[in-house]
Ligand binder design. Structure first.
Ligand SMILES: Cc1cc2nc3c(=O)[nH]c(=O)nc-3n(C[C@H](O)[C@H](O)[C@H](O)COP(=O)(O)OP(=O)(O)OC[C@H]3O[C@@H](n4cnc5c(N)ncnc54)[C@H](O)[C@@H]3O)c2cc1C
Length: 464
């Protein structure tokens, strides 16, 4: 319990929410010289929309032209490529094929190529059905036409935001988990926020609360300018044996409401099919349902018939923080020390660094950038580079399906961004994400983590 008399810690910038957007914003302000605190209501970071996505680093080729979203994807994509070596982040430059399966879809491809050009993605190339099939021999019958987008890439959904936040923390930012923001008042030049972890004061508040962005805005300003309408996406993950069936990210022709069902590899070497786009009221629970998963599998087998012989490793679902409008909902009131970054529904992983630069530019307070910032090296989890199990002195393999070592688990439990929950450990190491889903290694991991997680590991923890 906090009391009105409790003394507030003072910061330049309070970022509400440690999703990928909040992590990128915290990094930007910290590197630019601000004293930053990140306030996260969950026990662990990346606990909202950012815990489950398709992990595509989009070019923005199909974004609505001239929008903030298009600008932020372009800038975010460029900055990711610029910094990823220094942070040790993966980039699988496989490109995408946008595949038309009917004559009507094929008729829409020229307009999509025009949109790509208008978005500055000029290297897209139209392909005949035969050319598409030459690039992707496992494609099923019925391809009408396609085009290739070389810049669409795959990344690791979690190492990137962890890297952004780790860099912020190593350069002076503070992270408070279990610090739900309940409300706040603006007194003169600064806010006093009431949080579950005590009061915090800051000159600028950035609301990056994702699926709860509108509720946080109401708590701070009395009313919200947007309303979150969660949109669920379910996925099926095929075994690693299936990954060889698709070199490119296989995209359908998008519609006005969804990018559609994608088939692509993952950084972990699996093959992913999804996501669906299902509106719901619930902001926290993304349930899976058998008929929808069966439909996803059936669609995947139409796209790649050879998938029929492959096993499924896992299924999962995520929630997009969609709103009643399509675009990003950035509300900036610099004089009131408030910026909301809402409605970052389906491209936030790609756009986060661009959004962070945009938000920084909206606040004109003079700051002195850190001259020589520390760059953390994130552990590599992707199959495209050397893994820890291939190096000596790793303490042996703990999770045999995903080849995660004891040294990786120990490392994830230490440092400024140590895992605080079992789900957090999973996102930092890949433990229990393989075929056995923790059946084989659960007991050993529970032993290693005993007494070291804020939320202890439960046998057969069901988090994705
Ligand atoms: C199915 C699916 C597929 C996707 N595929 C892709 C893709 O391939 N490429 C891509 O670029 N993007 C993709 N996305 C989009 C991307 O995942 C989202 O845009 C992004 O995760 C949104 O992040 P966020 O930080 O805005 O929100 P969140 O991740 O929800 O973060 C908000 C944080 O705020 C915290 N919070 C909430 N209320 C409070 C409070 N009162 N006090 C303190 N903290 C609070 C929450 O706990 C949460 O951690 C996909 C999304 C989904 C769901």
């Amino acid at each position: 319990m906090t009391t009105p008399e409790a003394t507030a810690e003072h910061y330049d910038v309070a970022v509400i929410g440690a999703g990928v957007v909040g992590c990128a914003i915290a990094r930007r302000f910290t590197l630019d010289g601000a004293r930053v605190v990140v306030l996260e209501k969950a026990a662990e970071v990346l606990d909202g929309a950012s815990k489950a996505n398709s992990a595509i680093l989009h070019t923005g080729f199909d974004a609505p032209v001239g929008t903030l979203e298009a600008d932020c994807i372009r800038a975010g994509h460029a900055e990711y490529r610029e910094i990823r070596d220094r942070l040790g982040l993966p980039l699988i430059e496989c490109g995408a094929l946008v595949v038309a399966w009917t004559a009507q879809e094929a008729a829409r491809l020229p307009a999509l190529i025009e949109t790509a050009h208008a978005n500055g993605v000029t290297d897209v190339a139209p392909l005949s059905a035969a050319q598409a099939r030459a690039l992707e021999p496992a494609l099923g019958p019925g391809v009408a036409a396609a085009f290739r987008v070389p810049g669409e890439s795959l990344i690791d959904p979690w190492s990137a935001p962890h890297g952004y936040l780790a860099q912020a923390l190593l350069n002076g930012a503070t992270l408070r988990c279990e610090a739900e923001v309940h409300g706040g008042v603006r007194n003169g030049e600064s806010w006093r926020l009431e949080t579950a972890a005590g009061p915090v004061s800051a000159r600028l508040v950035v609301n990056a609360a994702g699926l709860f962005g509108d509720m946080v805005e109401t708590r701070l300003l009395g009313a919200a300018t947007f309303r979150i309408r969660p949109r669920k996406g379910q996925f099926v993950v095929f075994d690693k044996t299936a990954a060889a069936l698709a070199g490119h990210i296989l995209l359908p022709v998008p519609t006005a409401t969804t990018k559609g069902i994608v088939v692509c590899r993952t950084a972990w070497g699996n093959l992913l099919v999804g996501p669906t786009a299902e509106e719901q009221e619930d902001r926290t629970t993304a349930t899976l349902d058998g008929p929808t998963l069966a439909r996803l599998r059936a669609r995947a087998e139409e796209i790649l018939p050879a998938l029929a012989g492959h096993e499924i490793t896992a299924v999962y679902a995520g929630l997009r923080p969609a709103t009643e409008e399509k675009g990003f909902r950035v509300r900036a009131e610099p004089a009131a020390g408030y910026i909301a970054v809402g409605g970052i529904r389906s491209t936030g992983l790609s756009a986060a660094l661009g959004l962070a630069a945009h938000v920084r530019a909206l606040w004109d307070a003079p700051l002195r950038p850190i001259a020589d910032p520390v760059w953390p090296a994130m552990p590599n989890l992707a199959e495209t580079a050397e893994r820890d199990w291939q190096r000596p002195g790793n303490g042996g393999i703990v999770c045999h399906c995903e080849r995660v070592t004891r040294r990786e688990v120990e490392a994830a439990l230490t440092g400024p961004l140590a895992a605080r929950t079992f789900a957090g450990l999973k996102r930092r190491t890949r433990v229990t994400m393989g075929r056995c889903q923790g059946f084989g290694c659960g007991a050993e991991i529970a032993g290693i983590t005993a007494g070291r997680l804020a939320v202890p590991m439960l046998p057969r923890d069901g988090d994705e």
